[in-house]
Design a protein around this ligand. Sequence first.
Ligand code: ADP
Ligand code: MG
Length: 249
Amino acid sequence: MINLFHSGGCHDSCCLKVQNVSVKIGGDRILRNVNLHVHCGQLVALIGPNGAGKSTLLNALLGEREFDGNIIFSVPGSRRAKARIGYVPQSPNFDPGDPVSVTDLFCCCLSRRPAFLGCGKSDRELILECLERVHGEDLIDKRVGTLSGGELQRVLLALALEPMPNILILDEPLSGVDIEGQTGLMDMLDEIRREYDLSILMTTHDFSMLSRYADRVVLIDHEVKCQGTSAEVLESDEFRRAFHMKEGK
Ligand code: ADP
Ligand code: MG
């Protein structure tokens, strides 16, 4: 069951609780009894080998995958307050020849007007405001297919932040982004997290940024193998086993 409403738990601040979540696809059990907790304003990194079930868990959180167990989003304020979830999907592929511009993409997602009519003045102002949050105003007229990996992630992030969510979920935002772009993107996420007290749950294969940016790290391989600070997880036997590393490496 997904509960998006105020739960009164967690000292009345916003949080995400995943309780005993299991997912079966076909006959295969992909996730078993996953428990985790993202507190308000925290960045939690979900790591694990390919096929471990990271994206499956995010899909369950988004209500796109059936599961057993409980997923509870709670937000501060009145009992009627409903949690808003922002989602940045794993980098979609756009063809460089595709005529879709960043403005068109925003119009499709945010405006009530059909994209082929073009966007109005007020739509353009809103798009610029959204892009400003990710320092991407200069991208507004670019074609989506010509953006670099880092630029595309910033555009997708800007879309996910309108309206400002309580929790932001990102699936491998660093893949396809060069090292410089990765640091820029993580610095930006950190800045937005602090400014808006946003909770962030992201999957990543980039372990080098965990100690600097992640409050907690959760290692999953069909079940939670280990969770804690980045040092606790990266130095654990479970981490070495999950990534087939030899002792001492
Ligand atoms: P990760 O994101 O950790 O790499 P996924 O959550 O994408 O892993 O996938 C976990 C497992 O679930 C994989 O074995 C994958 O093949 C399987 N799986 C995911 N989605 C589907 C689906 N729609 N149909 C069948 N199997 C799926
Ligand atoms: Mg995945």
